[in-house]
Design a protein around this ligand. Structure first.
Ligand code: FAD
Length: 554
């Protein structure tokens, strides 16, 4: 069946972008933009979305990948934020139970640590109350023996016990893609590699923008009643295009970017039993999260003033994270050489005078320019649905007032995300078993089956169908080819990095596998797009470059 979210549909989509007057045009294909597009289309609006790079290529593939209530915001007395994102966790889990999976978190209490036993117990209790946590998921306080049983690598000489509580983990890029796919199924017109270059005004009011499609290097205009700027760290840059950032407009708000880095180690190098949220000697806290073949740790939180189009992990970042891990797990001696992969992103936070990077609020804010550009920044991956609701409510109010539209309230609490059609998490586990049974004969492990299901949910059936039709003898390569064919036809993959980084996460979670499958995958790209040798070489080089960059530090 022909999907309407394939690179093969680009011309058709561009044609529709040029010939339709949309109710709402969204700039930015991260989680914020994707969430707004789904919310708005599900309320009956005509919606388009453009993304200058690949979908989720900004901050939305560089987070800690937790759908969490943000325990540390309690310390900032940000109760409203904790309540909102804490409640959202369960909703987002329900909408995509394969992709937002329960993850127990251990919070060790150590001598002279950030939180003592009483504060941890009290904090986690408040956390449970604010987020309406029930049953088995409620926090438990455990003693030293119980803690060491759960995690023998913790330092027994300074350990005083632990808090044990429930969170969720996800793959941020895949969550963004699935929200967007669901929006596209509901008729949103979405295009990656398409940047706004200029705004179009009638009198003083915005009526559209000029966009450039960098795949074919063509410029065209898109018209819309309202435009939302959801470009994350680029929000001020886009506002500047419309002349509405701090210096030249009456809207005084501006972004404050802070950088966050994560390092990835082979699981054997940091073999922890479950996720841990632990103290760092400078008073901050950090996560260590085991995930299949790897364990990743993060994050840092430092002011960022450099190029937002090229954010790298440097030696200082890497040393900070490695020292923190070695400090908390005395028998672990990680070195630079153990780092297998890494990622660095920036948080698009709202500037607050006199506040340091980690003191800045994670709350989202909306600001409107006089010409009508609506910008949104701040916020969390976890709260994407609520951010979308606030924006769509605002746009709807305007449409009602100016164009007499009938009001329709938010629908997304009940819109299952693409691939997420499971009754609950037990159904996901049963489906895992069924997929493993089908794949066992081809030498795939339980973990391989689980990785596929967490990546694609029920869409795994389609991938296995493609897999069974292929004749490639090496099963590992055959599976990668099946995934690629699926992603080319259903997930708007344009370049190899879209596949290796955002659709499959292999760059972060299974970098060794890239080496094994890259040649046949690049060949498949070359056949699909009819590349000449030079183009193939260019893509092969950029893949080699990114593999080098994520595992070496300046
Ligand atoms: P982005 O994902 O950056 O999307 C904006 C998009 O706009 C980009 O893809 C960009 O290419 C596009 N764009 C820019 N300019 C243009 C243009 N001219 N034309 C068209 N498109 C354009 N949140 C959680 O809930 N849980 C976590 O565990 C968590 N951990 C985090 C850890 C770190 C280190 C960081 C940095 C953030 C973390 N967050 C977390 C926060 C969360 O990741 C962000 O709030 C969220 O991803 C921001 O999404 P966004 O869509 O606003 O921005």
């Amino acid at each position: 069946m022909k999907s309407n979210f394939s690179v093969l549909n680009r011309e058709e989509i561009i044609d529709q972008l040029q010939t339709t007057e949309f109710d709402l045009l969204v700039i930015g294909g991260g989680i914020t933009g994707a969430g707004i597009a789904l919310d708005a289309v599900s309320r009956g609006l005509k919606v388009a979305l453009i993304e200058k790079n690949d979908f989720a290529s900004g901050t939305s593939s560089k987070s800690t990948k937790l759908i969490h209530g943000g325990l540390r915001y309690l310390k900032q007395f940000d109760f409203w934020l904790v309540k909102e994102v804490g409640t959202e966790r369960a909703i987002v889990h329900k909408l995509a139970p394969h992709l937002v999976v329960p993850e127990k978190m251990l919070l060790p209490i150590i001598k002279n640590g950030t939180y003592g036993s009483w504060l941890t117990s009290f904090g986690l209790k408040i956390y449970d109350i604010l987020a309406d946590v029930e049953g088995e998921d409620k926090r438990q306080m455990i003693n030293i023996e119980q803690t060491l049983k759960l995690e023998p690598l913790l330092p027994d000489d300074i350990l005083e016990g632990a808090g044990y509580y429930a969170e969720y983990r996800t793959d941020d890029a895949r969550l963004t893609i699935e929200v967007l796919k669901t929006a596209v199924k509901n008729s949103v017109k979405a295009l990656n590699y398409c940047a706004v270059t200029q705004f179009i005004k009638e009198g003083k009011k915005l009526i559209g923008l000029t966009a450039i499609d960098s795949v074919n290097n063509t410029k065209f205009d898109i018209h819309a009643k309202y435009i939302v700027n959801a470009s994350g760290p680029w929000v001020d840059e886009v506002r500047e295009l419309n002349r509405s950032s701090s210096k030249k407009s009456t809207v005084k708000k501006r972004l404050h970017l802070t950088k966050g880095v994560h390092l990835v180690f082979p699981f054997e190098k940091l073999p922890i039993n479950q996720s841990i949220y632990f103290d760092v000697p400078d008073g901050r806290m950090m996560f260590a999260i085991p995930r299949g073949k790897i364990t990743y740790v993060g994050t840092t939180d430092t002011n960022y003033f450099d190029d937002i189009n090229n954010i790298n992990v440097d030696q200082v970042d890497a040393l900070y994270l490695i020292s923190a891990v070695n400090n908390m797990f005395p028998s672990i001696n990680l070195t630079f050489e153990d780092v297998q992969s890494s990622w660095a992103g920036v948080r698009p936070l709202i500037h607050e005078e006199g506040k340091s990077a980690s003191e800045l609020s994670r709350k989202d804010e909306i600001f409107e320019s006089k010409s009508g550009l609506i910008s949104i920044a701040g916020g969390k991956l976890t709260g994407y649905r609520k951010m979308a609701e606030r924006i769509t409510d605002l746009v709807y109010k305007k449409l009602k007032k100016e164009y007499d539209y009938d009001w329709k309230s938010n629908q997304t609490e009940n819109i299952v995300l693409s691939g997420g059609d499971f009754e609950n998490y037990s159904a996901v586990q049963k489906y895992n078993q069924a997929i493993f049974k089908q794949l066992e004969q081809y030498d795939f492990s339980k973990l391989d089956a689980e990785i596929l299901v967490h990546r694609y949910g029920k869409q795994t059936d389609q991938i296995i169908e493609i897999f069974q039709q292929l004749s490639e003898k090496n099963f590992n390569v055959r599976m990668a080819l099946a995934e690629l064919k699926y992603c080319l036809n259903n997930e708007m993959v344009v370049y190899p990095l879209d596949f290796f980084v955002r659709r499959t996460g292999k760059l972060y979670f299974d970098i060794a596998n890239i080496e094994k499958v890259k040649d046949p995958i690049l060949k498949e790209f070359s056949n699909f797009f009819k590349w000449d040798e030079r183009t193939l070489e260019v893509h092969s080089e950029s893949l080699a470059n990114i593999i080098f960059t994520v595992s070496h530090f300046e």
